[in-house]
Design a protein around this ligand. Structure first.
Ligand code: HEM
Length: 440
């Protein structure tokens, strides 16, 4: 603090408080932009620079960020819902009615939570499709793909455990069907079901277990996995991109002989305060790219086709954030989350359906309990986990539907489309006794 400010602390109070939080002015220079990303707690999860290819809206469609935003909405609305909810079979349903009738904005809160949960399942699935169809799971990103598969499973399980909590007919019978599918596993099936329900049927013990899994265990696991996922994106050199994106300009033959096209190598001030004064060249500097793997690290030997995260990446993320939140708000305004009659264990609806994302499984179970409920899903997950270790050729990486990847993409599309068709059949074309019905 300067001696002048010490003499009269009131004079610059507002300014001093502002600068104690926001250490850097709005960046006007490259050094300032780099320093802003580097010194801000919330921003430093990002690299200082990102490749232009990763910023193309039509490359990622912002789906990964959208999944993260939906998880954020779910966490905030979920914590607020916890103030009202009681995981007891005697009270849970009444608490749902309270949310609808007496709690200010209660129904809106519940709608937001419910629709975000459904959206997250769909968005995570679409994100996985985008990663596959652009070949972005190949080395060095194999392990991040594996983390992604785990994220998909945790997302499904999070949504599934939340389904029971309203304790209405829909919840009770959907979970009864869902957990009976788990029971078809040979040898361990019955034990897994018992472990999940804490009993032989869905009741108070199951409600408590699902609640604890839903509000504590699974969100913590998902946060941990997502943190590793984001960290790995950095360590793997940013998003995958085609080699031509880092190709030398025409006429240049060997790396090392070409001048950097745009800016000089990114330099990083050793202290944020020093950077804020935007002195052009400080005595002690680090070429930060040297710490990261991938072609972008070779300062001076490749064209610099990167952009500063501040503002390019943050703007893109802000757009995805605003669109996602706006969409959830609008949907929650016009459509109410379903709430059926309170649980009646004597009157199963016909048909009793699992949540929509498990209806593909339920459809397969109608043909073979073991293969539909356990065998095929297990094989699918194993194949998903192994894919990046089996398919390692780099051709076509970073491009949508690359012709070099025709076979892999066709197989994956077949897998994805079959799953979607099974879900559509289970949702719209199955009626009483799981007979085929026409929705029209
Ligand atoms: C909670 C779920 C998830 C979140 C929040 C998440 C988030 C993200 C984000 C923000 C990115 C970077 C930009 C983008 O692609 O939009 C990303 C990239 C990636 N994700 Fe996910 N993801 C999730 C699930 C998955 C799943 C299910 C998979 C695959 C099975 C996966 C595999 C990958 C891979 C391999 C990358 C690097 C892609 C590249 O280099 O182009 N993620 N993820």
């Amino acid at each position: 603090m300067s001696s002048q400010a010490a003499e009269n602390p009131w004079k610059n109070l507002g300014k001093n408080i502002w600068h104690s939080v926001f250490r850097n002015p709005l960046p006007a220079s490259d050094l300032g932009r780099a320093s802003t990303s580097f010194s801000n707690f919330f921003l430093h999860i990002h690299p200082v620079k990102v490749h232009r290819h990763s910023l193309k809206a039509t490359y990622t469609f912002g789906l990964g960020v959208m999944a993260a935003v939906l998880f954020l909405i779910l966490t905030v609305t979920g914590v607020l819902l916890m103030f009202y909810y009681v995981p007891s079979t005697a009270q849970a349903y009444d608490r749902m009615l309270d949310l609808r009738g007496t709690v200010a904005f209660g129904i809106f809160l519940r709608n937001m939570h419910r629709w975000s949960a459904h959206a997250m399942v769909a968005v995570v699935f679409l994100h996985m499709c985008r990663v596959f169809l652009t070949g972005a799971y190949k080395p060095p990103r194999e392990f991040n793909w594996v983390i992604g598969v785990l994220l998909l499973l945790v997302t499904l399980f999070l949504s599934f455990t939340g389904y029971l909590l309203p304790w209405d007919q829909l919840a009770f019978w959907a979970i009864t069907v869902g957990t009976s599918i788990a029971g078809y596993a040979p040898l361990v099936g019955k034990d897994v079901r018992y472990l999940l329900l804490g009993d032989t049927t869905v009741g108070q013990e199951a409600l408590l277990r699902f609640y604890v899994l839903h509000v504590a265990v699974l969100p913590i696991v998902l946060t941990l996995l997502a943190t590793i996922h984001f960290w790995r994106i950095r360590k793997d050199g940013g998003l995958a991109r085609p080699p031509e994106e880092d190709a030398l300009p025409d006429g240049a033959s060997t790396p090392g002989t070409v001048a950097v096209v745009s800016a000089p190598p990114v330099v990083m001030a050793t202290s944020a305060a020093a950077a804020a004064t935007a002195r052009p060249l400080l005595e002690k500097r680090y070429g930060i790219q040297g710490l990261v793997r991938g072609p972008i690290t070779k300062v001076g030997s490749i064209p610099d086709r990167s952009k500063f995260s501040w503002p390019s990446l943050f703007q893109a993320e802000l757009v995805v954030f605003v669109i996602t939140v706006a969409a959830i708000l609008v949907v929650s305004l016009f459509f109410n989350a379903p709430l059926e009659e309170p649980v009646n264990v004597m009157h199963p609806p016909n048909p009793a359906k699992a949540p929509w994302y498990f209806l593909g499984l339920q459809e397969m179970v109608s043909y073979s309990a073991f293969w539909g409920g356990v065998g095929i899903p297990t094989v699918e997950v194993l194949i998903l986990l192994l894919v990046p270790y089996l398919d390692r050729k780099q051709a076509g990486v970073g491009r949508w539907f690359a012709k070099e990847r025709l076979l892999a993409n066709s197989l994956f599309m077949t897998f994805a489309v079959i799953n979607v068709i099974l879900i559509i059949i289970g949702t719209f074309f199955r009626g009483a006794n799981w007979e085929f019905v026409s929705p029209w």
